[in-house]
Design a protein around this ligand. Structure first.
Ligand SMILES: [Zn+2]
Length: 132
């Protein structure tokens, strides 16, 4: 699956975001090494600190279905389908790194209405990852 296809799955997932407080919808799509895709959206809570990010939603869905080998993840974020350059938060970076520090992170955004993406390896986004 190419990066644009994965971004489009993240965009679809962002439509399910529950964001009554920030109105900033995030979608994620994580690709396993066996070719399966799991998607997630952010889910906010009135107790803000326990809100859940799209990336962790997607990853937890995959793990709960028995998948733990990840190749890459696409992330999009924005309001009213105006996707801006959005990177995973620190908590999500660590969560993802526990599974594969070499995972590609594809960050999709719209530039003058055209879908673009910036790709980085997770260990670039989170050097010196915490390890037990
Ligand atoms: Zn996060």
């Amino acid at each position: 699956m190419d990066n644009i296809d994965l971004i489009n799955k993240a965009i679809e997932a962002s439509k399910n975001a529950y964001t009554p407080y920030s109105h900033f919808n995030v979608g994620a799509a994580i690709l396993t090494k066996s070719g399966k895709v799991f998607t997630g959206c952010n889910v906010e809570c009135s107790s803000y600190g326990i809100s859940l990010c799209a990336e962790r939603t997607a990853l937890v869905k995959a793990v709960s279905e028995g998948c733990k080998d990840f190749e890459k993840i696409a992330v999009v974020g924005g309001t009213n389908d105006e996707f801006v350059y959005t990177t995973p938060c620190g908590a999500c970076r660590q969560f993802l790194a526990d599974f594969n520090q070499n995972m590609d992170v594809i960050m999709g955004f719209l530039d003058k209405g055209e879908l673009q993406h910036k790709d980085m390896m997770l260990k670039e986004l989170l050097p010196e990852t915490f390890e037990l």
